[in-house]
Design a protein around this ligand. Structure first.
Ligand code: ZN
Length: 100
């Protein structure tokens, strides 16, 4: 085990190396178990599509323009663009400003 010419540096390097490999092995074991559990629970699951340009959604489909979707405000009966709906509701229900 010890050869007699070990230094504080070589000993601490050995301890550090052991700690790091134990941590890595633990991490890999946990992630592998998690992946197996997920694969068993959801056999046909596909990973989410990743698009760094932000043009595609998590299913790999092109994102729809929010402004092209309209929702009916049940308070005033008007059709409101999806990207302005939250702001409209706040105004329409008399939250901020209270203009109604
Ligand atoms: Zn409204």
């Amino acid at each position: 085990m010890t050869t007699g010419n070990e230094t504080v540096e070589s000993l601490s390097a050995g301890i550090y190396s052991n700690l790091i490999s134990a941590l890595v092995q633990d991490l890999v074991a946990r992630e592998t178990a998690k992946q197996r559990l997920l694969a068993a629970r959801y056999p046909g699951a596909q990973p989410y599509h990743r698009d760094d340009t932000g043009a595609l959604d998590i299913h790999g489909q092109p994102k729809t323009q929010e402004s092209s979707r309209y929702f009916l405000c049940k308070n005033c009966g008007r059709e409101i663009s999806a990207n302005r709906f939250a702001a409209h509701l706040e105004r329409c229900l008399g939250g901020r400003g209270g203009r109604r």
